[in-house]
Design a binder for this molecule. Structure first.
Ligand code: ASP
Ligand code: MG
Length: 425
């Protein structure tokens, strides 16, 4: 008997009919002889609606209460899904994250899982019931308060439970047929990847591909859990996320140079203008930003002007942290001694990811050539071993993604990508 963890995203359980359809799929998995633990997201756009509600009350809700509010979304879906399964004659028991043993740190809104103690889940499964767990939530080890793992966090709940239950596979059900070479909402000719390595998926997720939560991929890689991403609306094969780039045979690397093109519109750029070009200034700037708990992404420093001895430092960060970072830097302006700050939230990042890049010369040339031909102006560039990213104007992101996708011959002859659901919120 296999142990299967299945996660259903919000668009897969968007209304009563969808919940019933998912219940049938779960029952089929049980009838095939598996023990099943299911993780659910909130129905449809519930989480966004709850956030809108909080916003109408106050622009700065206490983190503890916001988490309490948001976890209600997943409690609704877990209960109705358990009812739908009961209707089909099978026993299902729903559990909150806390009841399922998802123990986290205490940072509200972005808690990290410290431990998973799924005693009640295991008991339920051993007694022949289907366990349904509310995704994206846990309980703080220190404060015992309810926490959430950050937007999209149900994927991480699923992989963490799969690891703790020693599951054979973690299936992530969504509204597209797997991981594609680009977002099918932008590139209609995007191609489905049959398989992708953990490292490539990490880079894609970190570069804005929303198909999997970044922390879910980190977790899966650390515990060697194969993740199978597929649609809950079809029976198509999906994408398997497993294996390391270091284990790829040379021949494979020749074939699949590029895994895909990702884009991200969630970042902003801060430029610190007129920074004295002396040791310690970069440290001072990024110390301030770090103390505010802001994660930065790309950094560039311009060559300083010989006459002035001043330079400009730019960095990108999540838009949601923009105001906070601007504030702390403003306060430190006289101590650091820079001239002024600029804030730009009309930016987008486009990234090319692929393990084969390591052994293929000319990838950057093709990438920049495609952007130039499409009239896309590049603002910032950064690279890793298997990724090249550029920052450009937000309006140019779609054009850039399509141009790069075509330049690397990733377009499928026939449209493969079906977007079955979701409002894209
Ligand atoms: N419901 C949460 C969200 O929309 C968590 C999730 O869907 O994974 O972000
Ligand atoms: Mg959701």
């Amino acid at each position: 008997m296999g142990v299967v963890v299945q996660k259903y995203g919000g668009s897969s359980v968007s209304d009563a009919a969808a919940v019933k359809r998912v219940a049938q799929r779960i029952v089929r998995t049980v009838q095939a002889g598996n023990q099943v633990c299911v993780v659910v997201s909130a129905m449809g756009d519930t989480t966004d609606e709850l956030l809108d509600l909080a916003e109408q009350i106050t622009p700065t809700p206490p983190g503890r209460e916001l988490d309490m509010l948001l976890t209600a979304g997943e409690r609704i879906s877990m209960a109705v899904l358990a009812m739908a399964i009961a209707n089909l004659g099978h026993e299902a028991r729903s559990f909150t994250g806390s009841q399922a043993g998802v123990i986290t740190d205490s940072s509200h809104g972005r808690a990290r899982i410290i431990d998973v103690t799924p005693g009640r889940i295991r008991t339920a499964m051993d007694e022949g019931a289907i366990a349904i767990v509310a995704g994206f939530q846990g309980v703080s080890q220190d404060t015992k308060d309810i926490t959430t793992l950050g937007r999209g966090g149900s994927d991480t709940t699923a992989v963490a439970l799969a690891a703790a239950l020693d599951a054979d596979v973690c299936e992530i059900y969504t509204d597209v047929d797997g991981v594609f070479t680009a977002d099918p909402r932008i590139v209609h000719s995007a191609r489905r990847l049959g398989a992708v390595t953990y490292e490539e998926m990490l880079e894609l997720a970190a570069s804005g591909a929303k198909i999997l939560h970044l922390r879910c991929v980190e977790y899966a890689r650390r515990y060697g859990i194969p993740v199978h991403v597929r649609s809950s609306f079809s029976d198509r094969p999906g994408t398997t996320v497993a294996g390391s780039i270091d284990d790829l045979p040379e021949a494979d690397m020749e074939q699949a140079i590029i895994a895909g093109v990702a884009h991200d519109r969630s970042e902003a750029k801060i430029t610190v203008v007129g920074v004295p070009d002396v040791p310690g200034k970069a440290a001072a700037i990024f110390n301030e930003v770090a103390r505010a708990g802001v994660n930065i992404d790309m950094i560039v420093q311009n060559v300083s002007q010989a006459q002035t001895g001043l330079t400009d430092v730019s960095f990108t960060l999540p838009k949601t942290d923009g105001a906070m970072a601007m504030n702390v830097l403003q306060v430190a302006q006289s101590t650091i001694g820079f001239a002024r700050l600029q804030y730009d939230d009309q930016i987008g990042k486009v990234s090319l990811v692929g393990a084969g890049m390591r052994s293929h010369p000319g990838v950057s040339a093709t990438f920049f050539g495609a952007l130039a031909e499409a009239g896309v102006n590049i603002d910032v560039i950064s690279t890793s071993e298997i990724r090249i990213s550029v920052v450009t104007h937000a309006d140019k992101v779609d054009t850039a993604v399509r141009a790069v996708h075509t330049a690397f011959e990733l377009d499928a002859d026939q449209v493969e990508a079906v977007v079955y659901g979701g409002t894209g919120r």
